[in-house]
Design a protein around this ligand. Structure first.
Ligand SMILES: [Zn+2]
Length: 308
C-alpha cells in the first residue's frame, strides 16, 4: 500500500533521546517502512511551550541536521524534498518531509520564515497548545486569535510556500487564518469534535470550511481524540471517518497518525499497523478508491496543487 502520513514525532523523539531513525523500537523507523509500496512521511519538530526565543529556532536546526545526517547513512531511497514540486517529481519510494509543530520556532522574527524554508521546513503548525508570538493554541483559556505578528507570519509563510497547519489552533485563531489565508491550509492531525468532544478536534463548521478551501485533515490515532471516555480502537477511527465523509470530506481526509507522539488505541502499535487499518476499512464497505484517496492520494494532490 501507499501511505502519506502528515504527522509524527519520530524525529523529535530520535533527536531528544539520541535514537536512530533507521532502526529502532519506535512506532516508525525507515526500516519498518520498507514494506510499503510508497511512503511519504511528515516528521515534525515539536516545540514544547517551555521552549521560547532563540532556543526554539536552534532546536529546529538541530533536528534538521540530525535528519539529514541520519538519512545520508540510510541504505534506502530516502529523499528529503526542498519543495513539493521536487517531491512530486521524485520517483523515490520513501520520502521524509520536514515540519515544525509550533510557530514559536520563529522567535517573533519574520526573517526566520525564510530561514526555516532554507533548512527544508515545508509545513508549520502555527501554535502548539499554549500561547506564542503568533497567537493562542487550544490550551489557552479565553483564547484570542492571531496577533499582528501572527498575521504577518501567515502572509510570509505563504510567500515562502510553507504550508500552514492549524492543528492545535484555538477556534479564534483558526477563523482568523481562514479570513486572511490566500492559499489552502491543513489540519495535519485533528479529528471530529462531534464524534469526540475534545478541543483538539475540529467542529463541523471548521471541517466544512477545510472542504471548501480544498485543504486536508489528517485522522489522528491518539486515543484521547478518538473517544470521549476510555480506551479507543480502530472502530473509533472509522466513526470519525464516517462523520467527515457525511460532511463531504472524501477528498479532504488523510492520515495524521501522531506516531511516536501520542498514546495509541487498541490494535494500533505503529506504522506496521497501517495495513491492518486499511483492511479493517475495506471490510466495512469502503471501496478501494476511497481508501487509496484517504491513505495517499488526497495528501499527494494537495501538495501537487499547492506548488502550482
Ligand atoms: Zn500535535
Amino acid at each position: 500500500m501507499r501511505l502519506f502520513d502528515f504527522h509524527c514525532d519520530t524525529l523529535y523523539k530520535a533527536t531528544t533521546t539520541n535514537g536512530s531513525l533507521l532502526h529502532n523500537d519506535y512506532h516508525i523507523s525507515i526500516e519498518k517502512a520498507n514494506r510499503l509500496e510508497q511512503w511519504l512521511q511528515v516528521m515534525a519538530v515539536w516545540i514544547p511551550d517551555e521552549i521560547r526565543g532563540q532556543a526554539a529556532f536552534d532546536f529546529v536546526s538541530k533536528c534538521a541536521d540530525n535528519l539529514r545526517q541520519q538519512l545520508s547513512q540510510a541504505e534506502c531511497n530516502v529523499y528529503n524534498p526542498l519543495n513539493f514540486n521536487e517531491l512530486v517529481r521524485s520517483q523515490h519510494r520513501k520520502n521524509i518531509i520536514l515540519a515544525v509543530e509550533g510557530g514559536a520556532a520563529l522567535n517573533g522574527d519574520i526573517r526566520n520564515v525564510k530561514k526555516l524554508k532554507d533548512i527544508g521546513v515545508q509545513l508549520l503548525t502555527l501554535t502548539w497548545n499554549g500561547k506564542n508570538e503568533l497567537g493562542d493554541g487550544v490550551g489557552v483559556i479565553n483564547p484570542k486569535g492571531l496577533t499582528n505578528f501572527g498575521r504577518e507570519a501567515v502572509a510570509e509563510l505563504e510567500r515562502n510556500k510553507i504550508v500552514i497547519d492549524i492543528s492545535h489552533a484555538s477556534e479564534p485563531l483558526f477563523w482568523d487564518v481562514a479570513q486572511i489565508a490566500a492559499r489552502p491550509f491543513v489540519a495535519t492531525h485533528s479529528n471530529s469534535r462531534t464524534v469526540c468532544n475534545h478541543k483538539r478536534n475540529l467542529t463541523d463548521d471548521q471541517f466544512k470550511y477545510m472542504v471548501s478551501i480544498k485543504g486536508i485533515v489528517g485522522l489522528n490515532f491518539c486515543y484521547y481524540f478518538l473517544k470521549d471516555n476510555g480506551m479507543a480502537d480502530i472502530n473509533d477511527l472509522l466513526k470519525h471517518t464516517e462523520h467527515f465523509l457525511s460532511l463531504g470530506g472524501e477528498k479532504t481526509i488523510c492520515i495524521g497518525s501522531d506516531f511516536d507522539g501520542a498514546a495509541m488505541p487498541n490494535g494500533i502499535t505503529g506504522i506496521h499497523s497501517m495495513e491492518k487499518i486499511y483492511d479493517y476499512f475495506l471490510r466495512h464497505n469502503y471501496n478501494e478508491q476511497l481508501l487509496k484517496d484517504i491513505f495517499f492520494n488526497n495528501g499527494y494532490k494537495f501538495c501537487e496543487n499547492f506548488d502550482n
